[in-house]
Design a binder for this molecule. Structure first.
Ligand SMILES: Cc1cc2nc3c(=O)[nH]c(=O)nc-3n(C[C@H](O)[C@H](O)[C@H](O)COP(=O)(O)OP(=O)(O)OC[C@H]3O[C@@H](n4cnc5c(N)ncnc54)[C@H](O)[C@@H]3O)c2cc1C
Ligand code: FES
Length: 248
């Protein structure tokens, strides 16, 4: 992991609150694993304090791609950044422990949580694995990554809670359509991961957790979760955990 100033290659809105940012970061692009993340300096001042964590969703040659939802001061500042501008990026961070074991891989992403899965999904496809992605959201307007999935030829099934697009219901219902020959990888809101852990007991299941992060590299202990082996830092031992080993 390295902390370097990198240049913005692209920064554009792709739906109501979702943005796609591409950064020229060869030192991260070379080595990042699916499930790993970066910490971005959203402002050179103390307003707001600290960096913000984002999953590396894709790699193109020497560039990395992140998808971000504008939810607060830091991400609104990001949305105002321009192509050609530079910012400090620390990464790649976390262990990225998603597995390539098994021939069939099911990815379940809730909202922008999908961005935490796509790099591994693309690499699994490259390895010749059978891949299916479940993209869940409250409503059709929250499915900002859909056109990107199409561009990338990643097979997907949509679930919306209000039924405005795809199948009506929660992503956990998708589990019923798959047998235990599938390895499942999930990333999204805590409630969704909890439900998947509960209802996906028959699967080999990996969960990518999100937690409020200050340092991002194991120092502040602000992101700990309880596991069967004691406490673990989401930013350092995680963010990917085997479902049976982590309490959420
Ligand atoms: C490992 C990791 C990977 C992430 N990957 C992505 C990603 O790919 N795309 C993306 O859009 N977001 C991602 N996030 C969440 C992202 O870091 C936050 O949305 C961002 O820090 C918000 O910054 P802000 O200054 O805009 O909002 P703030 O003003 O800091 O907060 C705004 C609101 O968002 C909530 N919030 C902030 N951070 C988190 C968090 N980590 N988990 C849950 N709620 C939070 C706050 O409670 C508050 O309600 C990731 C977080 C982690 C820990
Ligand atoms: S964010 Fe500091 S230890 Fe994880």
């Amino acid at each position: 992991m390295q902390d370097r100033k990198v240049m913005i290659v692209e920064n554009k809105p792709i739906s109501v609150r979702l943005w796609k940012m591409e950064l020229y970061a060869p030192h991260i692009a070379c080595c990042v694993k699916g499930g790993q993340f970066v910490m971005l300096e959203v402002s050179p001042t103390y307003d707001p304090m600290g960096r913000r964590a984002f999953a590396v969703a894709d790699v193109r040659k020497e560039n990395i791609t992140i998808f971000y939802e504008t939810v607060g001061r830091g991400t609104y500042l990001m949305a105002n950044m321009k192509k050609g501008q530079s910012l400090r990026v620390f990464g790649p961070l976390g262990k990225g422990l998603f597995t390539f074991e098994g021939e069939k891989h099911l990815f379940i992403g809730g909202g922008v949580g999908l961005a935490g899965l796509t790099l591994h999904a693309k690499r699994a496809m490259k390895e010749g694995k059978e891949v299916m992605l479940i993209y869940g959201a409250k409503s059709a307007k929250d499915l900002g990554m859909k056109s990107w999935l199409e561009e990338e030829n990643i097979p997907y099934i949509i679930y919306t809670e209000d039924g405005t697009e795809g199948r009506k219901g929660k992503v956990t219902e998708a589990l019923l359509g798959f047998d235990n020959s599938w390895t499942v990888h999930a990333c999204g809101p805590k409630a969704m991961l909890k439900a998947i852990k509960e209802e996906g007991k028959k699967f080999k299941l990996y969960l990518s957790l999100e937690s409020r992060m200050a340092c991002g590299w194991g120092v502040c202990l602000g992101c700990v979760v309880k596991t069967v082996k004691g406490y673990a830092r989401v930013c350092y031992e995680g963010p990917v955990f085997k479902a049976e080993e982590v309490f959420i």
